[in-house]
Design a binder for this molecule. Sequence first.
Ligand code: NI
Length: 195
Amino acid sequence: MLRIVLYPHPTLSFEAQPIVRVDVKLKKLIDEMFELMYEFRGVGLAATQVDLPLRMFVINESGQKGCGEEQVFLNPVLSQPKGTEEAEEGCLSLPGVYAPVRRPKQVHIQAYDLKGREIKQTVDGFLSRVIQHEHDHLNGVMFIDRIPEANRLEIEEKIEEVEVQYEEERREGLVGDSAAIEKGRREWLKRYCGG
Ligand code: NI
């Protein structure tokens, strides 16, 4: 069973690795990611947020099961950023933390779906922002890393609350120690990234 990990879980700062094989289990993991995303009212979820060191994320702009379009992106590559736009963001790994983030307005995404079909899309607006936010996760980058130091002060207290929550989860044994986390990661990498 997957669970969403909280900041500063080490996998959130891990650089996820390209997926070289898709199997039934990976499809099940993706189903579970969608379920968690809906349960916690998100519109996107990256694999590193459920402690999987793999380059993939899921999105449903509507945030509601049975509505909108479910999109799975494997090994996404972003290019051709254009323009800038600022809008408020939040993150399921940082519950209660919201802040405006400046990002390119438009980007091009190249990726693969679960059937191995290539996805090539130029996106802007809300979808562009969600894709960039989730793609950042695969590089170990959180949205708070993109906030200028001066503005970070306002959310510092909320971030600390999440850190306290994370420590509690560790004490309760919901999160393993660093050796266990690393071992788990190695197993996933061996299975899906060819070692
Ligand atoms: Ni996030």
